[in-house]
Design a protein around this ligand. Structure first.
Ligand code: PAF
Length: 290
């Protein structure tokens, strides 16, 4: 992949990149369209499909993560993607399979691989607090993918708001010559954000999952009505609303400044809201600008 990208670079071809973990849906395709829009017809669009083990804790759904490469490739072809990069663990993480004498600090699992990229501020709260190895895995794999794909433009989804903020910070801090674009969340007609994990929502769980959207709408309405609402009060009300669905359990809901991710005590127009909710065993995240 890197040799191909460097060859393109030498003759002035621009590269647009959409990193994914596969099991593609319309949300991913909208990122591809955004990359194409930014680059025009002459640019090359690369999609990577790689379920990155370092961003999953041992207790999480790595082995069960949905995969369907054949279908993904068909979707990419239909969308006019130029290259689909599908590395495996050995290719992405040298010495991955070697038994480590002792796991590195905070390591999800013992491996001979030992170099990580860590963003130390934006990645500590919310998803970073709930999933301690997650962002280290994301920043590491995205940095590696940037080195391999050499993109001029990389497109990430707004659904993973914090991930986009962490990646932007990482790319700036480490001087990656890439423009990070964040494209809007695609939603199902009933408001549920498109996500590969929606596949886990069988039967009534799919209906109950709509409560994330309802919670965001309720917060939106509260801010519209009162202009300024204490975050603690809003959190308590939303917890009640969310947990009125029998299979839903709130992991966190936060209100914060969209640039710094600093929490706000009073929620006003323009604050960002993010939440994580278990619906059955499936953990869903979403966010909205109020
Ligand atoms: O958002 C995702 O699908 C993943 O976190 C990413 C950016 C592809 C890194 O593995």
């Amino acid at each position: 992949m890197q040799q191909l990208a460097l060859r393109w670079k030498r003759v002035g071809v621009k590269i647009g990149f959409v990193p994914t973990m596969g099991y593609l849906h319309d949300g991913h395709l909208s990122l591809v369209r955004e990359a194409r829009k930014r680059l025009g017809k002459k640019g090359m669009i690369v999609v990577s499909i790689y379920v990155n083990p370092t961003q999953f804790a041992p207790t999480e759904d790595l082995s069960k993560y949905p995969r369907d490469l054949k279908r993904d490739l068909q979707m990419c072809r239909a969308e006019g993607v130029d290259v689909v990069f599908t590395p495996d663990d050995a290719e992405m993480y040298p010495r991955w399979g070697e038994a480590a004498d002792k796991p590195a600090r905070g390591d999800a699992r013992p491996t001979g691989y030992s170099t990580y990229v860590i963003e130390e501020k934006l990645g500590r709260v919310m998803e970073g607090a709930a999933r301690p190895v997650h962002f280290r895995g994301v920043t590491t794999v995205v940095a590696k993918l940037f080195n391999l794909v050499q993109p001029d433009v990389a497109v990430f989804g707004q659904k993973d708001f914090q991930q986009a903020a962490v990646v932007k910070r990482m790319a700036g801090d480490l001087n990656f010559p890439v423009k990070i674009v964040v494209a809007p969340t695609r939603r199902e007609p009933d408001g549920l954000a498109m996500s590969s994990r929606n596949k886990y929502l069988a039967g009534d769980l799919r209906r109950q999952a709509r409560v994330l959207w309802r919670a965001m709408q309720a917060a939106q309405a509260a801010v519209k009505q009162s202009n300024s609402v204490p975050a603690a009060k809003l959190k308590a009300n939303l917890k009640k609303l969310i947990e009125s669905e029998p299979a839903a359990r709130l992991d966190y809901v936060e209100f914060f400044e969209p640039e710094t991710l600093a929490p706000v005590a009073q929620v006003t127009r323009g604050a960002q809201m993010a939440l994580a909710v278990f619906v059955g065993k499936t953990r869903l995240i979403d966010n909205i600008r109020l």
